[in-house]
Design a protein around this ligand. Structure first.
Ligand SMILES: Cc1ncc(COP(=O)(O)O)c(C=O)c1O
Length: 434
């Protein structure tokens, strides 16, 4: 029998991994997330749509229609182009035009959720050490996607004095970090803050980008979920007004059907100058050739027949849940706690008294009250923000929201008057929750 003298590799300590693999950190909260389906747990954690509101019947009918037609079936089951399913790209080009972004299919690349778009953009735009200009807090999935490319972060802080209102006035000045290579922003109902960047601040932001001469990723994951107030044009639309056409714009827009149709289908898109789209397509080819054509065809059937109707179904339900959570916060949170009042999207962002550590709070909340949320540090590139927490209101029904906030309020109440004990606590970073 052949036996090797070679030592058995220890993967847990192996230097065989590239440097960038160090950016892929394990998640302490993953353990907690295993509890998500548990009936006794109330979860305000993930950015998760209510599955009751998926267009289940329409999706099922779309699958049947596509698979019953031999020509279509053969088409969706065959290898395809990396740009994505042409009829869906056409629909998206029309949708973007209605948002004030006149464009053609040459400006659209389909991605496997907008998360893949963020990864591909990181690959195309970030060299190790490059700075990304972003808000703090920001979407933790973007931090995860970009961190693999070993960037640094130049953060800008949303104002806290009046910034907890429905629109955050007063961003955005670049920090004193090295000149950023790219900016990243979630302008509508941001994850995690719930804030929407006002029109005036979008214009100021574009001024700054123009002065820095850098591109910006406009992450519009929640853009369609506006319950109140007037829509604000996308950065991409505002920039097109300045530069004349999408092919000259510095804005790269990422969109998704995850929040409006169903996240499991994993269909998102990038809308940008055709030179950028061509590079994305090449990066996509190298990464996974293309996404599932069947999924894209299903999404196309549903959105072309009933996108507006589907969004109209979601809005009143999510609006009501937001209102119920806001009312419950007002009833059950002790003095000294503040929160955002989002005009749409999925999240409310809590600001606790500074001495409270949300990691400690999470453990206690889970162990004593069965209530789950995401602690603030997950959303800050430097791991700060411990006195914040993010709450999701779209996945729980109204009664559950009230019960959960009442329980959470009692946990927070215990900490408002006593300093949080900084017990030996792992840094909680979230790995999988959107
Ligand atoms: C701001 C933001 N961007 C992007 C995504 C990724 O979504 P998906 O990949 O499902 O399109 C999410 C998911 O929660 C998000 O909150």
């Amino acid at each position: 029998m052949y036996t090797s003298s070679r030592a058995v590799i220890d993967w847990s300590r192996s230097s065989a991994f590239a440097h960038r693999a160090a950016g892929l950190e394990p998640s302490a909260i993953r353990e907690f997330l295993k509890l998500l389906g548990h009936p006794d747990i109330i979860s305000f954690a993930g950015g998760i749509p209510d599955p009751e509101l998926f267009p289940g019947k329409e999706l099922a009918q779309a699958v049947s229609r596509i698979m019953a037609d031999p020509a279509r079936r053969a088409g969706v089951l065959q290898y395809a182009v990396s740009e994505g399913y042409e009829p869906l790209r056409e629909w998206i080009a029309g949708y973007m035009s209605r948002l004030g972004v006149p464009c053609t299919t040459d400006n659209i690349a389909i991605t496997t959720g907008s998360q893949q778009g963020l990864d591909l953009l990181g690959k195309l735009f970030l060299d190790p050490g490059d700075a990304i200009l972003t808000t703090a807090p920001t979407y933790l999935g973007a931090l995860q996607a970009f961190s693999v490319y070993e960037p640094t972060y130049a953060t800008v802080t949303l104002p806290t004095e009046d910034g907890l209102g429905p629109t955050a006035d007063g961003i955005i000045t670049p920090g004193d970090a090295p000149p950023p290579a790219i900016a990243y922003v979630v302008p509508d109902f941001a994850n995690p803050s719930g804030e929407t960047v006002s029109l005036a601040n979008r214009e100021r932001f574009l001024d700054i980008l123009a002065a820095l001469d850098i591109p910006v990723i406009e992450d519009a994951a929640y853009q369609a979920l506006r319950f109140d107030g007037e829509p604000v044009p996308p950065l991409l639309a505002l920039d097109i007004e300045r530069v004349g056409d999408v092919d000259r714009s510095c804005v790269i827009y990422t969109g998704t059907f995850s929040k409006t149709i169903a996240p499991g289908l994993r269909v998102g898109w990038i809308c940008a100058a055709r030179d950028v789209v061509q590079k994305i397509v090449l990066a996509r080819q190298a990464a996974d050739l293309h996404g599932s054509t069947l999924d894209q065809a299903i999404v196309h059937e549903v959105v072309s027949a009933s996108f507006g109707k589907q969004v109209e179904k979601l809005l009143p339900v999510y609006r009501h849940r937001r209102d119920v959570m806001l009312d419950a916060l007002a009833r059950f949170m002790p003095p000294g706690v503040g929160w955002s009042r989002p005009e749409g999207g999925m999240f409310i962002w809590l600001t606790l008294p500074e001495h409270i550590d949300s990691n400690v709070l999470l453990r206690e909340s889970l162990e004593t009250k069965g209530v789950l949320f995401v602690p603030g540090p997950s959303f800050f590139p430097d791991g700060s923000g411990a006195h914040h927490i993010r709450l999701n209101y779209t996945r729980s029904d109204e009664a559950t929201i009230v019960t959960g906030i009442q329980r959470l309020g009692s946990v927070v109440g215990r900490h408002v008057h006593e300093p949080t004990r900084h017990v030996q606590q792992p840094q909680v970073t979230v790995g999988t929750t959107p």
